[in-house]
Design a protein around this ligand. Structure first.
Ligand code: IVH
Length: 709
């Protein structure tokens, strides 16, 4: 790798802040490159000694300029093993995440939503537990017959890593439970490092680095320090790091342990777990908001980092009724603290081209620490946003970061604007292919019209195709895709599946190319082979059609069941926009005319049909299989709810129907299987009578009888 900064021979003590930041950036990418070669490709290009000297240089600069420690700093990653070093653990029940509230209105909406879903009066008290949101790492601890048997990280929520040995060293995690407990008990909570211990640990590490010791790390914040410590392969190191645990939830339980969240907190304490002492039971939005303010005032004085407070419905029976939406419970929310801000300078504005041709301006920033995280890039969204904020290259800007949200540029500090600054001129040509970049009417986004001829779009489509939620092909990074595309090896997704057979005949087989070896090439071929068969919903999502995200792809898969049914329906819908196929499509709950239009347009284009056809020659697309019990009486049926329901709210009824495998539609047609009619139903009830048989028309009780509730 070439040295872009030219600073590598300057003694650390003579580096300016700016030089140090640039060199840390270079070292981060260079070391990451060598890590990938070493760990993933098993094909290092440099000697261990050279690697060590890069690593040490990075450490010395970080010790001298701790404020410049980057989010992607090698010292936060190296030494912690590659993820494959820990065994995988499938969580018996998924580990959920939380929806966020940022202001009072969001909190009131949340409480209102809970009441509405449960059909409670607008002023009915709903008891909630409020507690600090700890900025640590979540862990799941499994106890069998009162003994700690396994502990895991959250991972992606479904599968985590087995870090049992390390968790045994954490205080607040009992080895044996005190008192009665169910035979199987999974406790969930947060592992954290105290602020004072974090500072002392960094201080000691810094002193050892100055004495020339190797293998020492400086961490940017307590959370990173806790993460690095938990992922140690050697648990004696974790033991020295003094980690703590606060419990707040549960996974699998062989017997219920409490009827309330608050009761569960008491049980946790009784068994010997660490629990946060600041939790309270409260029963109105006003009280929750006051609690948030109270904890915010205590925040800086607390011994551990927190990034907000969490509210949870106290009654576990109500929690069960509320259920969840897309991996987060309906019965809980995180009320975040206001975002942290910082100032920095815009070095330049770069235009990126996305897979649908959208041009996105991205600001490259002088690296700055915002609330514990180094930030060096931020999106400026689109040209109107740049114009509205009048953000220019060279400006000092205010940056804001809220939790895990991507940093935002709030606006320039005008007093510090350089005299020679000029407004940013947004290009009207694609920077990748030179085609015109145009804005559709009423659209904020400017798009490259190059379509198939634009290399940037093609590469982005390929990247999307192999990404984790799409075909999930490991071992194909951005750089490899770019290289494959440029030398013509892979022009379209189907080419991936002929890569290996072509490679056998190639004069320059993959294993001989730069950055590759036999091992990494074989790994890639194996990863591709594994995807010869994919679920329909992944296939649809992988096509990268505008507006078709994961959720919509799944709705389509559920509705049509097979790729043939989907493509036939889209063909019919394209031929006759008034016909049944079109109406059936836009009648799918959450799919409207705009999404339908993009979908139909995609399949109407010859090239896209060819791409799909070529792919189908290579991969089998699995029909949609619902993970719902197949004995559900409404599996695959289309249901319409109309009028006011009295036993549950419309939202709850709908969620229940979907959980049982039904599709919920917004209007009645010949394809409707059941219409559930509540009080004061209007035109839909009439239409049902015209179109459907009497046994398809149910009142609320009839509906509950049907689903056996
Ligand atoms: S409850 C089903 N309570 O925040 C709800 N989470 O942003 C599960 N967290 O993944 C979470 N403190 O790692 C809950 N008092 C608290 C928490 C807390 C920190 C973390 C947890 C979760 C993340 C969601």
């Amino acid at each position: 790798m070439t040295d872009k900064t030219g600073t590598e021979h300057i003694p650390v003590d003579s580096l300016t802040l700016e030089q140090a930041a640039l060199e840390l950036e270079r070292l981060a990418s260079e070391i990451a490159h060598h890590n990938a070669l070493y760990y993933q490709k098993d094909a290092p290009e440099i000697s261990d000694a050279t690697y060590d000297s890069l690593f040490r240089r990075n450490q010395q600069i970080e010790a001298k300029f701790p404020e410049l420690i980057r989010e992607d700093s090698p010292s936060l990653q190296v030494g912690s093993a590659p993820s494959s070093a820990f065994a995988k653990v499938t969580h018996a029940r998924p580990m959920l995440s939380l929806a966020n509230a940022f202001d009072e209105a969001d909190v009131r909406d949340f409480v209102g939503r809970v009441r509405r879903f449960l059909g409670l009066a607008a002023d009915a008290p709903v008891a909630m537990v409020a507690e600090p949101k700890i900025d640590g790492l979540s862990a799941s601890l499994r106890y069998e017959k009162g003994r700690f048997v396994q502990g895991a990280t959250r991972g992606d929520g479904a599968v985590g890593e087995d870090i049992t040995a390390n968790l045994r060293t954490v205080s607040g995690i009992p080895e044996r439970l005190t008192g009665d407990a169910p035979d199987v008990l999974e406790v969930r909570g947060e592992v954290y490092m105290r602020k004072d211990e974090f500072l002392a640990m960094n201080e000691a590490a810094r002193a050892r680095i100055e004495q020339g010791e190797k293998g020492e790390k400086i961490f940017a914040n307590p959370r990173n320090a806790a993460a690095g410590s938990l992922r140690q392969l050697d648990s004696t190191i974790t033991a020295k790091r003094k980690l703590h645990f606060f419990g707040y939830g549960w996974g699998e339980l062989s017997d219920p342990v409490s009827e309330t969240q608050s009761g569960f907190m008491e049980r946790l304490k009784g068994w010997g777990f660490g629990t946060n002492p600041l939790w309270k039971t409260l029963d109105s939005a006003d009280a929750l908001i006051a609690y948030h303010a109270e904890i915010a005032a205590q925040r800086s004085g607390l011994p551990y980092d927190i990034d907000g407070v969490v509210y949870k419905v106290d009654s576990i029976a109500l929690q069960q009724r509320l259920g969840m939406v897309s991996r987060a419970p309906r019965w809980a929310i995180a009320h975040k603290f206001p975002a942290e801000q910082a100032q920095t300078r815009i070095l330049d504005i770069e235009i990126q081209v996305g897979r649908t041709g959208a041009l996105t301006p991205v600001a490259n920033l002088e690296p700055v620490n915002v609330g514990g995280v180094m930030v060096s890039r931020a999106t400026l969204h689109n040209e109107d946003e740049i114009a509205r904020k009048d953000v220019r290259v060279g400006d000092t800007v205010i940056l804001q970061r809220a939790g895990d949200v991507i940093p935002q540029i709030l606006g320039p500090v005008l007093e510090q604007r350089p005299a020679d600054s000029a407004p940013f001129i947004f290009p009207d040509k694609c920077p990748a292919c030179g085609s015109d970049a145009v804005r559709g009417e009423g659209e904020a986004v400017r798009r490259c019209v190059g379509g198939l001829t634009c290399p940037a779009q093609a590469v982005e489509r390929l990247r999307h195709f192999v990404s984790r939620d799409a075909f999930d092909i490991e071992g194909l990074g951005e750089k490899s895709i770019q290289a494959f595309f440029e030398d013509g090896t892979v022009k379209s997704p189907a080419d991936l599946f002929t890569l290996q057979s072509r490679d056998g005949q190639s004069l320059t087989p993959l294993r001989n190319r730069e950055g590759w070896g036999k091992l990494s090439a074989d790994k890639l071929f194996a990863a591709i082979e594994q995807r010869r068969s994919v679920p329909l919903e992944r296939f649809i999502y992988a096509l990268g059609i505008r507006q078709i995200g994961q959720a919509t792809a799944k709705l389509l898969a559920r509705h049509y069941g097979s790729l043939d049914a989907l493509t036939d329906a889209l063909k019919d819908a394209a031929a006759n926009p008034e016909g049944d196929a079109y109406r059936d499509l836009v009648n799918i709950d959450q799919i409207g005319p705009a999404v339908a239009k993009d979908l139909i347009a995609f399949f109407a284009e010859d090239h896209n049909r060819e791409t799909v056809g070529a792919l189908r020659d290579q991969v089998a697309v699995e029909d949609y299989v619902s993970r719902v019990a197949t004995d559900s009486p409404i599996m695959g049926k289309t249901v319409v709810f109309t009028g006011t329901l009295t036993r549950v709210t419309r939202d709850e009824a709908k969620a229940r129907a979907e959980a049982l495998g039904a599709k919920v539609a917004g209007s009645v047609s010949k394809k409707t299987d059941y219409v559930v009619i509540g009080a004061d139903a209007g035109s839909k009830a009439k239409k049902a009578e015209e179109l459907l048989a009497p046994e398809q028309i149910l009142d609320e009780d009839g509906w509950f009888d049907l689903i056996g509730a």
